[in-house]
Design a protein around this ligand. Sequence first.
Ligand code: NAP
Length: 521
Amino acid sequence: MTLTGRNLIAGAWREGESHFTAHDAASGAQLAPVFAEGSANDVAAACAAAAAAQGAYAALPLAERAAFLRLMAAKIDALGDTLTQRAMLESGLPEARLNGERGRTVGQLRLFAEEVENGGWQGLRIDHAQPGRAPLPKPDLRLRNVPLGPVAVFGASNFPLAFSVAGGDTASALAAGCCVVVKGHPAHPGTSELVAGAILEAIREAGLPEGVFSLVNGTANALGEALVKDPRITAVGFTGSRAGGLALMGHAAARPVPIPVYAEMSSVNPVVLMPARLEEAAEALASAYVGSLSLGAGQFCTNPGILLAVESAATRRFIAAVGEALPAVPAQTMLTAGIQSAYTKGIEAIAAHGATLVGAGAEGSSTCGRAQVFTVSGADFRANPALGHEVFGPSSIIVTCADLAEVAAILEGMEGQLTATLHMAPADYDAARGLLPILENRAGRIIANAWPTGVEVTHAMVHGGPFPATSDGRSTSVGTLAIARFLRPVSYQDLPAALLPKALLDGPSPVLRRVDGQYEA
Ligand code: NAP
């Protein structure tokens, strides 16, 4: 499959006036071909086509929308090794990880297809009229959720498949009935083009308007800014840096018509090792911790960046075991030169704030990230708020606290998090019960006796959390609940049956509805 290096604007592969290149993440070498820098005209054309296609796409019978998502999955599957090999070059991620990520990408498209067919996300409600109610008659009210309209999606660097062109944000927006314009991440434009080509095939085979999906690539902030500011865009999905997310939130809020930005940004994912559990398993916990923090060169938003434990002999055993395990961790290629350099600076900042190095992994080339773990007392951690900032890469800080009250105080002082984890034995449950309200207040997902780096794509998953984990802690970007971000409720008052949406007519319903307050199918 030959890459064109062009942007996909509503079915047309468009050349650009200037170009950029992708790089081999491991060697830094330039990769062919050159890629067209998307322009303001490309953005405007993509958004106009999305707006023109929106009505027809939103009105598709749900079975056809679901079939389109399954077709997308099949076309991406059919790219097979070509896709994996290009993604390996551009991201430096290993083959097994990318094959797994491809499986997750098509799996989540198929899960959203099932979700579309299930129909529960429409939130159907019927309150029948009571014409004889005194002192005033009650009108007939019927409610359903409708798609917001065209959605802008920013591909993430750290998930070139599962959170990029056909990733979670795109899948949930399309499932909600929204057309999508993707701003591809400049680190993997070839991967993006391959996936966009697969989506275009699916659009054509399904007979959909080609404006349902467009991909604009580019390296200038102005491109993403133009996309967020385009009046036809109604919402934004983003995964990346806090600075990037905040900039996009600012653009969205400053529009004449402000729109929601669902930005997933930064999280240090605190892990608490409760005393009884630590006493019984210090060495096993150390080995699993090192594995989790170095997985994928630590380039996960759920990386365990801060670990909290009460100072004790068991804690010292744990720290010693971490120090012993680290040298065996190989240096791993990082996603981009920029991310590698930000990681190096982040590590220097941790050391500059007085944290002590526990140990380090093997040293690698200049494109690699070296695993490093630090330790600091609870008092010093509280005195240096900068130690609580995310360092994106294979590092973590072990905070040794005077007692569980200090653990609680540190958790209470933390910013919003994607996850919070408790490792505990039954003897810890009473103390853990006291921490739960703090964790609920701070995190989107509370984990027991596991590590935060795995994120299942299911119905009950929350991959979200209070700011700055995300821009809007009321939502999730992973799992079927993600569809809710791109919907809004509409209520129909006294509409004649001839004009009502079919799903809101009286009579048996294939979908669970709330009728006069009661749930019924
Ligand atoms: P990024 O710099 O936030 O970029 C992500 C996307 O947003 C890119 O397409 C980028 O396009 C765009 N963008 C960024 N700032 C923008 C702005 N001011 N206006 C318009 N568009 C903007 O993220 P990254 O390149 O993936 O990595 C950089 C850092 O982000 C990492 O070192 C890490 O700290 C953090 N990160 C965090 C997570 C996480 O899950 N927590 C994931 C990935 C990255 P441009 O080409 O225009 O910059």
